[in-house]
Write a protein that binds this ligand. Structure first.
Ligand SMILES: *Cc1c(COP(=O)(O)O)cnc(C)c1O
Length: 457
């Protein structure tokens, strides 16, 4: 008999979670104005709102906390982190920050100016925010295939090299650098191939432009390269990350993702001019250069987290769990962004709630239904998140309308995934009876999804 797959760790400490009744959830969700961001965590049974900062640290990481050196300047914890990052990426210069967007803020304060254009593959919302906030343009050059949720291709997060080339041919003088997000979060946690990273590098070199990797899930990306790209099956994850980063000038990192810490981030680069240019902004916005936005103990835990999460077994356990949930949804015929990505399943909400009109926000309605069904909290990545057009003030219904089920690292078991799938199936089975969605009662002018107040129709 073939030995089945199981996790590459065992559990030493547990945290109780509580179930609730449908009646309780009806009340809580009404009190939260049908916005799951407004729920208390204790009102949630299985929390898939994000994989950011929600991972479980290992025994080695908890032990490393005690080794934290809290010296203001020159802390040994900083040098331990710097050495680890150097080993994984080849980058010599490191600036710690309190999270990923802070790394963007510090580096972009130096690199991005009014009128600039920053081409890339589906910029993450904070990345876009830090670009647009400086009156520059985030130009999306993702491959068109990413918009078709049912198309199965191995590297759906790729940059379209032709779109990138065109942007550079027309506007090179306005482009300070190219950004590649690995994995491509916005397109559904879809990976970018090594070949595509090489193509981007080649285009960049022709126009003498640097390349920045937004690296929040670089380890998951390396795992997909090992599994899906020819020539990488026998390479270690650490060999693959070294090769990936050899094609970049620097990186911004949200350590809350693949660093498996609850808070943290950094900039790393091989370019002395970027380091010299950014370091003043680090002191201004974050803190002195050898701690930036982080405690010494957190830098220790991050160094260990980066080291562990660039080992194959750890990534295999994680991605096989995402795959487990995907296979359940396949069994039940529930449509999602294919193939499954690294950190989440993105359910195609209009494909589930076929009778809810787009004006009544199908993905938000599905988020509400899933919570009411079993206390599971997902996150709408759809028409609410898309905000209104800044000029016409109309809702933007032209993109995808997805329910994201983001899976925290090393937190839930596959039994929990089975609960999620069964709850979703129950909603799917009664889809004929779900004909109305939600209506906006109040919204903020920007980033409305965090605070929006809704009414059920
Ligand atoms: C989370 C994330 C960020 C921002 O990082 P924070 O730690 O949340 O500030 C940037 N880019 C990508 C791709 C992310 O997933």
């Amino acid at each position: 008999m073939e030995i089945p797959f199981a996790e590459s760790w065992k559990i030493k400490m547990v945290e109780p979670i509580v179930k609730s009744t449908r009646q309780e959830r009806e009340l809580w969700l009404r009190q939260a104005d049908y916005n799951v961001f407004q729920l208390k965590a204790e009102q949630v049974y299985i929390d898939l709102i994000t994989d950011s900062g929600t991972g479980a640290m290992s025994n080695r990481q908890w032990a490393a906390l005690m080794m934290g050196d809290e010296s203001y300047a020159g802390a040994s914890s900083f040098f331990r982190l710097k050495e680890t990052i150097g080993r994984l990426t080849g980058f010599d210069y490191v600036i710690p920050t309190h999270q990923g967007r802070a790394a963007e803020n510090v580096l972009f304060s130096y690199l991005v100016h009014e009128g600039d254009i920053i081409p890339g593959n589906s910029h993450f919302d904070t990345t876009k925010g830090h670009i647009e906030g400086r009156k520059a343009v985030a130009l999306d050059c993702t491959v068109d295939e990413a918009r078709n949720t049912q198309l199965e291709i191995p590297f759906k997060g790729n940059v379209d090299a032709k779109k990138l080339e065109r942007a550079l041919a027309e506007q090179a003088d306005r482009i300070p650098f190219i950004i590649v997000t690995i994995t491509n979060n916005t397109a559904g946690g879809q990976p970018v191939s090594m070949q595509n990273l090489r193509e981007v590098r080649a285009v960049a070199d022709r126009y003498h432009k640097p390349v920045l990797f937004d690296s929040a899930r670089f380890a998951e990306n390396a795992y997909f390269i090992k599994l899906r790209e020819t020539g990488y099956a026998d390479k270690t994850i650490k060999e693959i990350t070294r090769e990936m980063f050899s094609l970049a000038d620097g990186m911004t990192m949200s350590a809350k993702k693949d660093g498996i810490v609850n808070m943290g981030g950094f900039i790393a680069t091989r370019r002395q001019d970027w380091y010299e240019g950014a370091k003043g902004f680090c002191v201004q916005y974050e803190g002195y250069l050898t701690y930036g936005g982080m405690n010494g103990r957190d830098m220790e835990a991050l160094a260990v987290g980066l080291d562990e999460n660039t080992e194959f077994e750890n990534l295999e356990t994680r991605i096989r769990q995402v795959q487990h949930l995907a296979h359940r949804l396949d069994e039940y015929g529930i449509p999602y962004q294919r193939p499954f990505g690294g950190h989440a399943i993105f359910v195609d909400a209009p494909g589930v709630l076929t009778h809810v009109p787009k004006e009544e926000f199908p993905a938000q309605t599905l988020t509400v239904e899933l919570y009411l069904e079993a206390g599971i909290r997902g996150c709408e990545i759809g028409y609410l998140l898309a905000d209104r057009d800044p000029i016409t003030r109309e809702n933007r219904f032209d993109g995808l309308d997805l329910l994201r089920l983001a899976i925290p690292r090393r937190v839930y078991t596959n039994n929990h995934m089975d609960v999620v799938a069964a709850a979703l199936k129950n909603v799917f089975d009664r889809r004929e009876n779900i004909t109305r969605g939600v209506r906006i009662a109040w919204e903020a002018p920007l980033m409305r999804h965090f605070t929006v107040k809704l009414e059920r129709l």
